[in-house]
Structures are given as C-alpha cells and as structure tokens.
Design a protein around this ligand. Sequence first.
Ligand code: DHB
Ligand code: FE
Length: 289
Amino acid sequence: MTFHNLSGEQGDPTAKSSGNAATDKFKNLAAKSDTSPERARAIYQDVFKAIEEIAHKHQITYDEYNVLKQWVIQVGEYGEWPLWLDVFVEHEIEKVNYDRKDYTGTKGSIEGPYYVENSPKLEWDAQMPMRDKDKEAKTLEFKGQVTDLDGNGLGGATVELWHADEDGYYSQFAPGIPEWNLRGTIVTNDNGEYHIKTLQPAPYQIPTDGPTGWFILSYDGHPWRPAHLHLRVKHPGYREITTQLYFRGGEWVDNDVASAVKEELILDPQENADGNNEVTYNFALDKED
Ligand code: DHB
Ligand code: FE
C-alpha cells in the first residue's frame, strides 16, 4: 500500500482546487469551544485508548505507520481536511447534536464543505442562478412549506439551497464557475410556502485525485455520494436546520460514502405536464431551546 498519487493522473486538479478552497473558507471561521480541561482529558484518553486497541488488534506495522504519516501531511498540503472530515466524521457529530428524541421537526444531515452564506435572494418561482450548460439538465420544480411543529406556516422563513452542477462541481470551490451558480436563498410567503426551479442534480464524486481519493482506493471503496440538494432553513425563534435531500431509487442512495442519507430525507419527484420533475417537501421547525 502506498498513498503516492495512485491515479497517476495529471489532468484537472480538482482535489487541490476544491480542497484548498474549502480549507481557505474554513480557516476564516472563528471556531472556538469552551471545552474544559477535564472534558478534553476524558476525550483524548478515549482517543488514545482506541488507538492502542487498534494498533494491537491489527498489529500495525512501521510501513503502515509511515504511510499514515505521509498521508496526513498530504491531506494538509492538498487542503483536504474539510473534505475528509465531512465525509468520514461529520455524520456522527450531526447525529449526536441534532438527531435527538426531543427534536421532532425535519431531520438534519451533514453540511459538507461547500456551504457559503449570503447567497442571493430569489423571487417566488425563480430559477436558481445557472449557466446555459446547466439548463440542459432536467428541471426540478421544488416547492413546499416551512411550518412549526403544529403545521402552521412560517412566513418570512429563509430556505438556502446549494448544490453541485451536472459535473459534480460546486461554485466557489471549482475554477471557472460563476460565483453564485446553483446557490440561492428563497424567502417563504405569508403562508410559509416556497417555490423554486433548479436542475435535477447528478450523483457527486468526491475528488479522487487527492489524498481523500487515495484513502478510499486503499480499501477498495467507492467515492460516490448520491445526488443531493443542500438546504439550510431558518426562522427567528425556531431551531435552524441544515439538511440534505436525496432522490428515491437514485444511485448510491443506499451506499453513500459520507453515510449521510436518512429515509425521511428521500424525495420522490414526479414528471409534470411540462416534462419537468416536480416535488413537494415540507420543513417542520422545532422551537428554539
Ligand atoms: C463532501 C462533498 C459534498 O458535496 C458533501 O455533501 C459532503 C462531503 C466532500 O467532498 O467532502
Ligand atoms: Fe454536497
């Protein structure tokens, strides 16, 4: 096993550009936590206990240890820590924090590395910003209502939507795409309803030409996420939801590399008279704690 560029491809430097863009964005967030020294000690002791168990159970060799060290360095050089962590770790953090019995509203899912705040506001029934080439994909008419837990519509809620283009690229994280392509913020009407047109997204491949891809190859895994829409829904006084929606029967829905699919989040669009896919999804928000 080696983690040197297994693919041997020169080509499009997608991993480096999207990885570094995701790292640059994340570096500018002021991340902080008030973790006490006692809690920090308890956590790191459990981490080292797990490492000890794994080292002995699998009789980890020095060759394997050295490959790990080189790989860790390369993940940093390619800026891929946000990608790798959001694929392999975030789903559990999301469940611990939001998939709780006392939250009965719409389920959350991972944010992933490609959220950007302050996307442009879009009018009722608007089309998401897209290029002519994006318009060749099937149109998805996406509509529904944002409500409280009793089903009362929440007017003035915001539904932020972002997703990849047909080639699996997110604007602002891959070169040559207009800044706000396939990103927008929809404000609900007085009834809490929203209505937007976008394109039917395609499955998404984690960049395979960088260390996250080499990691996946090392265990003969696949780098695919099912087609998905990313959403963040907000209304004052209610708990904000970050989630994703998937498509029934789509490839990789049952085998997401990022383990982020939940049954409640799978859409089943139907073709309408205009030949577009159309789907309704309602978001129910819990009251703020
Ligand atoms: C990654 C990309 C995504 O679009 C996503 O939703 C989750 C993770 C990633 O490349 O890490
Ligand atoms: Fe995504």
